[in-house]
Design a protein around this ligand. Sequence first.
Ligand code: NAD
Length: 290
Amino acid sequence: MSTLEGNNLIDGKAIAEKTKAEVVTEMAELKAGGIEPKLAAVQVGENAASAVYVKQQKKNCEKAGILYELKTLAANITEEQLLSEVEKLNGDASVTGIILQLPLPQGMDMRKIQAAISPRKDVEGVNPANMGWIVYGKPFLAPCTALAVKEIVDSTGIDLYGKEVVMVGHSDIVGKPVALLLVDKFATVSICHIGTSKAGMLEEHVRRADILIVAVGKANLIPGAWIKKGAVVVDVGINRVEDKIVGDVEFETAKENASLITPVPGGVGPVTTAILLRNVVRAAKWAKQQ
Ligand code: NAD
């Protein structure tokens, strides 16, 4: 299936379908080998946004034939109790993947809990060991959105060697890993962030980009006029503006300059969802190889 939606839109749903088809094949192989992948999600307290996410996760797993278990823990649980729940899941051979739902209650050290998840079951790639493998150029289980961006860039068929990649946003789960994943393709990668904007340098960097990736969370941060003619634009941002979901790039004008651009919604989001399933399958495979 083409990744292009008629004109210059990158069809995230089509890329996601391709990944999901791979998941179906790998699931069949795993099941034939007697392996039953199971994802355990840990949620502390109730949270409306997280509840929607969890429901969707369950549905996606069930569709793919992956077992799904949600562990909802009391909001007043201590950090030690949460760590002990994670340890239980690490030691449970029937659980092949673990997700820690965010946000955690105030005062809990998110990094400490993420670091406690067994790297082999860490399907969101948030454990420092998995982050470290990205630095080594051997992503094992990397953050799903970062892998989704790489998948999208790969789908364009563009040779990154010597190209100018500009990554706007430097979060641990998107900006930093994306930059590392693409620098290994010998692109020249610049990472921009709030400091770049405050220094009045954002436009200069963006205008140079052959491949522009934006993960900030501010609607219309990047005016379409800044996009270099022929650039590839991957917009990770999700912003609610009135009743609509939009990205970080001023889409209508950016589309005129870009050779390829992801829409929001329908770009990075569906690919991220599919990559999570692929990570779950991979983790299950590796668990068996231990
Ligand atoms: P974050 O919120 O952790 O960090 C934001 C980044 O933007 C930081 O690097 C910050 O320095 C930078 N920034 C803030 N203001 C800026 C400005 N004016 N100019 C330049 N840089 C600026 O980032 P995140 O968790 O990666 O999320 C970013 C966006 O991506 C959000 O909208 C989030 O909802 C979305 N997101 C989408 C998916 C998906 O699957 N589509 C997944 C994860 C995140």
